[in-house]
Design a protein around this ligand. Structure first.
Ligand code: F6R
Ligand code: ZN
Length: 184
């Protein structure tokens, strides 16, 4: 048998980074076209320097059944108009695969939806774990003033299906209105 060698990684909980990662996915404001309610505010942000929205630090684990993929997701604080920064969100390509998100720092929501219209905003806060069951699309939203940092773990063969959620959108959004968080 050609065994894969076990390994460990170092995670910096203050910075919200995986030190010895193999890959970082960086999504700037310009990667978020079509996702926010206020398209003009997003364009203004892009024109003003296209800031980083979030980074995902990964190890090169085989994306195959039997393995577990894991990453550190670091979503920066900010707003597009009055809507809080968020990730694009996706279903898994293998829709019957779940995921866990352990929040390590910051606060916000894991917004989840089904194809039939179910929608749940689960609060995220340090030391809270959110279980994303099979078939639920998921997106994280940062309502705090520091990065929202999560450890995500999901099956190796799950894959990312961004197309369906781009077409459907999420039924709820999280805004800062009248001095408070509003889910609408
Ligand atoms: C993996 C997963 C997370 C996200 C990450 C970025 O299945 O859910 O690792 O990929 O939080 O969000 P997206 O992929 O929606 O841009
Ligand atoms: Zn996922």
């Amino acid at each position: 048998m050609d065994y894969m060698q076990p390994f460990g990684v170092d995670i910096d909980l203050v910075e919200g980074v995986m030190r010895d990662h193999d890959r970082v996915v960086v999504r700037r404001a310009s990667a978020m076209l079509g996702h926010y309610a206020d398209g003009a505010a997003l364009q203004a942000l892009i024109d003003a320097g296209d800031p980083v929205h979030y980074e995902v630090f990964e190890k090169a684990v085989p994306a195959e059944y039997g393995h577990l993929l894991f990453c550190i997701s670091k979503l920066y604080p900010g707003r597009v108009g009055d809507e809080y920064f968020m990730t694009k969100g996706h279903y898994h390509t293998v829709a019957e695969t779940a995921e866990v998100y352990l929040c390590l720092r910051g606060k916000g929501y894991m917004l989840m939806k089904t194809a039939e219209g179910g929608c749940v905003p689960a609060p995220m806060a340090r030391n809270r774990l959110v279980y994303v069951p099979p078939y639920w699309a998921h997106r994280s939203i940062n309502t705090g003033d520091e990065p929202l940092i999560s450890l995500c773990i999901y099956p190796g063969d799950a894959g990312h299906n961004y197309g369906d959620i781009e077409r459907e959108g999420f039924p709820k959004r999280v805004f800062f209105r009248g001095g408070q968080e509003v889910i609408a």
